[in-house]
Design a protein around this ligand. Structure first.
Ligand code: NAD
Length: 246
């Protein structure tokens, strides 16, 4: 039976895990991908419905990404109808930029920007070869719009994701592959656990809606952008921030 699949990176935690749940609820077969394979498998096994898989893959490694995507496409055979890719894998290494090391710069850009390029390229190559349609959603950040103290590496990677998204949208629009980005504001996940409570309280005061967002808020926007409801939307960036940084 022809089926729709969703490949989700960063699926072992936070936003990626919520995205997996949202797609599974809609009857879509989820491939949960994370550097932490155990967490990816634990995400997949907790999902509604059958056929979900969890797997280990470092998105910053072209060898691992190509192998993972190849295995998924091969195992699905001719059954795939549409493909969604949600790039949620991401890391921070915050520090004032005068003190930031080359390693801290590279680590963040390798995962957030290069990782997004590698997975999108591998999935889109397979889609174009097989004549499949679908959508890519890249998780950027509101830091990529306005910059953020201590996040020169992160903000640069997340702005880069937007430029990349628009380029993919232009290059693959005629193949019926859409590509959009989401800029989350502050969302309650393990990623923000390292931010001191005082700073979190300060940011919260700047959010017009007065509350920190939930992973499901981002998952719902990912699902919308990947669905037929968004069939004429490509190259766009949606801010899901409760109004922060608008
Ligand atoms: P998280 O730390 O809870 O989850 C990130 C996941 O990515 C983890 O499971 C981690 O293992 C995985 N990962 C890290 N490096 C990887 C790699 N090289 N290959 C594969 N997987 C890797 O964080 P989150 O809050 O869920 O973040 C998800 C995305 O949302 C990230 O891109 C992040 O930058 C973005 N974002 C988050 C917030 C927020 O406030 N939480 C705000 C803006 C943007």
């Amino acid at each position: 039976m022809a089926t729709s699949i969703a490949l989700v990176t960063g699926a072992g935690s936070g936003i990626g895990r919520a995205v997996c749940r949202r797609f599974a609820q809609a009857g879509i077969q989820v491939m949960a991908i994370d550097r932490n394979g155990d967490e990816a498998k634990s995400t997949a096994s907790a999902l509604e419905g059958a056929g979900h898989q969890g797997m280990s893959c470092d998105v910053a490694s072209q060898t691992q990404v190509n192998e993972t995507v190849e295995n998924i496409i091969k195992s699905m055979g001719k059954d795939i109808r549409t493909v969604s890719l949600i790039n949620s894998a991401g890391i921070t290494r915050d520090k004032g930029f005068l003190k930031m090391t080359e390693e801290e710069w590279d680590a963040v850009n390798d995962v957030n920007l290069k990782g997004t390029f590698l997975t999108t390229q591998a999935v889109c190559r397979a889609m174009v070869t097989k004549g499949l349609t679908g959508s890519i959603v890249n998780i950027s950040s509101i830091s990529g719009k306005g910059g953020n103290m201590g996040q020169a590496n992160y903000a640069a990677s997340k702005s880069g994701v937007v430029g990349f998204t628009k380029t993919v949208a232009k290059e693959l629009g005629s193949k019926n592959i859409r590509c959009n980005a989401i800029m989350p504001g502050m969302i309650e996940t393990p990623m923000i656990a390292t931010i001191p409570d005082k700073v979190q309280a300060m940011v919260k005061q700047m959010i017009p809606m007065g509350e920190i967002g939930k992973p499901e808020d981002i998952a719902n926007a990912c699902f919308f952008l990947s669905s037929d409801q968004a069939r004429y939307i490509t190259g766009q960036t949606i801010e899901v921030t409760g109004g922060l940084g608008m």
